[in-house]
Design a protein around this ligand. Structure first.
Ligand SMILES: NC(=O)c1ccc[n+]([C@@H]2O[C@H](COP(=O)([O-])OP(=O)(O)OC[C@H]3O[C@@H](n4cnc5c(N)ncnc54)[C@H](OP(=O)(O)O)[C@@H]3O)[C@@H](O)[C@H]2O)c1
Length: 246
C-alpha cells in the first residue's frame, strides 16, 4: 500500500495550477483531500473531477489572509476525517513590479498571502500534529526564494521568508516527528503571471514562461516527499524546467 493512501491532505490554493494538480495527483494515490481557495466554483469542479475518478475530496472556501478562516479550515478537516496528516501551504501570488512604481497594495497582498497565509496554515495544524506526534507541513517557496531579480524584490522577500520559516519550523518540530518540506519551483505553467499588473513586464514574463513545465511536475515532487517512510524527511526540492538558466 502506498504511504499516501488514506492520508488526510489539506491544500491551500487548490483551485488552480500547482494546488489543483497536486490535489489530483494525491487523490489518484488514495489520499483524502481537503481543498481550499476563494473560488468556490473551481473547488466544486475539482472535487467532482476527483470523485468521478473514485477519489475522495471535500472543500472549504478559505481566504488564507484570514487567520479565523484558516483555523476553521483545519477544524473542518479534523471534524470530517479525524486528523490532518499533511498541510500544503501553496496559496500565493506574484504581482511583480519594480520598487519605484510603489505598488504598495500589491506588496501588502503578497505579504498577507505568501507569508502570513503560510504562518496561519502552520498555526492551524501544529497543535493537532504535535499532539499526535506525527505530521508533514509542505510550504511552497520558489526559485525566487533563492534568487532575486529586478521587479522581484517583494515576491522574492516573501519566498525567502517561506524558506526561513520552514527551516525554523523543521528545527523546532523535528523532535516531535513532524516533517517539513520546502518546494521551490521554477517556471510552471499556471495562472500565476496573471497577477502582474504592468503590461510590459507581463509580456516579458509570458515570454520567459514559454519554457514552463506542467504543474504535474511539481505535484509528482510533492507526492515523492509525502510517500517517504515517516522517518525520512525530504526537506527541500528545487524543480526547474531543464531549459531554465535562472
Ligand atoms: N507557477 C510558477 O511558475 C511558480 C513558481 C514558483 C513558485 N510558485 C508558487 O506556487 C504556488 C501556487 O501558484 P500557481 O503557480 O499554481 O499559481 P495559480 O494557478 O495562480 O494558483 C494560485 C492559487 O492561490 C490561491 N490564492 C490566491 N490568493 C488566495 C487567498 N487570499 N486565499 C486563498 N487562496 C488564494 C488561488 O485561488 P483563489 O483565487 O481561488 O483563491 C489559486 O488557487 C504559489 O505560492 C506560487 O508563488 C509558482
Amino acid at each position: 500500500m502506498s504511504n499516501i493512501q488514506d492520508k488526510v491532505v489539506v491544500i491551500t490554493g487548490a483551485s488552480s495550477g500547482i494546488g489543483e494538480a497536486t490535489a489530483k495527483e494525491l487523490a489518484a494515490k488514495g489520499a483524502k483531500l481537503v481543498l481550499a481557495a476563494r473560488r468556490e466554483n473551481r473547488l466544486h469542479k475539482i472535487q467532482s473531477e476527483i470523485e468521478s475518478k473514485g477519489g475522495t475530496a471535500i472543500y472549504k472556501v478559505t481566504d488564507v489572509t484570514s487567520q479565523e478562516q484558516v483555523k476553521a479550515l483545519a477544524a473542518f478537516a479534523i471534524t470530517t476525517y479525524g486528523k490532518i496528516d499533511v498541510m500544503i501551504n501553496n496559496a500565493g501570488l506574484m504581482p511583480l513590479s519594480p520598487l519605484y512604481e510603489r505598488k504598495i497594495k500589491e506588496w501588502d497582498t503578497m505579504i498577507d498571502v505568501n507569508i502570513k497565509g503560510v504562518l496561519y496554515g502552520i498555526a492551524a495544524v501544529l497543535p493537532s500534529m504535535r499532539e499526535r506526534k506525527e505530521g508533514h507541513i509542505i510550504n511552497i517557496s520558489s526559485v525566487a526564494g533563492h534568487l532575486i531579480g529586478p521587479a522581484g524584490s517583494v515576491y522574492s522577500a516573501t519566498k525567502f521568508a517561506v524558506r526561513a520559516i520552514t527551516e525554523g519550523l523543521r528545527k523546532e518540530e523535528c523532535i516531535n516527528n513532524i516533517r517539513t518540506t520546502i518546494i521551490s519551483p521554477g517556471a510552471v505553467a499556471s495562472e500565476l503571471p496573471e497577477t502582474i499588473s504592468g503590461l510590459e513586464l507581463k509580456t516579458a514574463i509570458d515570454e520567459f514562461y514559454m519554457i514552463a513545465i506542467d504543474a504535474d511536475s511539481i505535484a509528482r515532487a510533492i507526492a515523492y516527499a509525502i510517500e517517504q517512510p515517516s522517518d525520512v524527511a525530504i526537506n527541500e526540492m528545487i524543480i526547474r524546467p531543464t531549459r531554465q538558466e535562472l
